[in-house]
Design a protein around this ligand. Sequence first.
Ligand SMILES: [Cu+2]
Length: 413
Amino acid sequence: MKVELQINNSSSADARFVGWAPAPCRIRVTNPAGAILTKVQVTLSNAGAAGGGVVVFRKGTTGSFSSTLTLTLPTNGTTVPFFVAGRRASVNNGDAKIEARAKILPLSPAGGTLIGAVKLMVRIRKNAESLTTGERDRFVSAFAQLNNQGAGRFADFRDMHTAVSSPQAHGAPAFLPWHRAYLLDLERELQAIDPSVSLPYWRFDQPAPNIFTPEFLGVSDTIGTVQFSATNPLQFWRTDGVQGINRRPFFSTAAAPPGLRTEAQTLALGNRYRAFRTMEGNPHGSAHTSFGGSISSVPTAARDPLFFLLHCNVDRLWARWQRQFGRFDPAQTASYDSNPGTPIGHNLPDTMWPWNGITGGTRPPTAPGGALAASPCVSAPGSQPQVRDCLDYQGTVNAVSRMGFDYDDAPFA
Ligand SMILES: [Cu+2]
């Protein structure tokens, strides 16, 4: 007897990625012919690589998770649903593994006979400061490939974040939702190059001696030209027809930028979104302007790969704030800042440029990049997300809202 395990309700290997939020899965007997019994009891457990990803299971949409799950499967091939959630993050693709064992013979070993297994990854956004060299190098390599020395898809992401598009994304409530979608779109493009990659974040309120190195995001020389090691493909970075990155830190990059609200201070801004979103100024804006060079102003900031690690931390702060106060439900007023007179693109039901393809009038004259990249694992937030689609990223309120990313220190709410 054999069983098939479907992660994210898919038989595709491309869908074998989970985060902290529960992923819907299915199991079915694949060779029902000849089965003597109409039912078989199967136990699921972890069998991944040492130090790799670990998952937990539950049978239904509610209840607690456990490290094993016993299910009764019909032998006629009908699928049986269950849920998988990451419990420990992976380091490499496929370093988590689920095994299915059954007692199908009187001679079965004590733990049952192995009748199926699937490798998967607990793919989590991590602190860039503590990546393994493998994680770091895979991220850098995928990002450099997306840029492709200025000729790649990254140009679209560069063109999404400009002076003319700034009002779509800044200075109003959708600052956080817009950048959440922006990061996710980029991350999905990186994952199309290497599915083991997730965006790392720069905790700008902590020292980061492992980020500003020649092997990772580079070291600025005296005039701000960022220098890389000979093996770092970011040395070929090119945007806007200009070779290289200009970044002039006003602080020692082995320390944290001074004058920034710490994480604790940011999370204490208040329990309503209207209060929390003032973090757009400090720490977010302050982190940008702790450098000279392209990252210090909106029209040019996305020229620097560091932008995406900085914003990943901004998004993570929002995620942690959401968890702290239970602010995932767009229907609750404290979860968002809804005011009459809020500009287009910043109201909960508004679609967001450029993914909506709308140009002219109150929107920019072009919409670079097209629809938001699809994921093999989840269907949210859709190809043309509304602001409201970006709040419930773990599917806490509505399981179908799960956006397919998680932070190492923001467990499932
Ligand atoms: Cu921005």
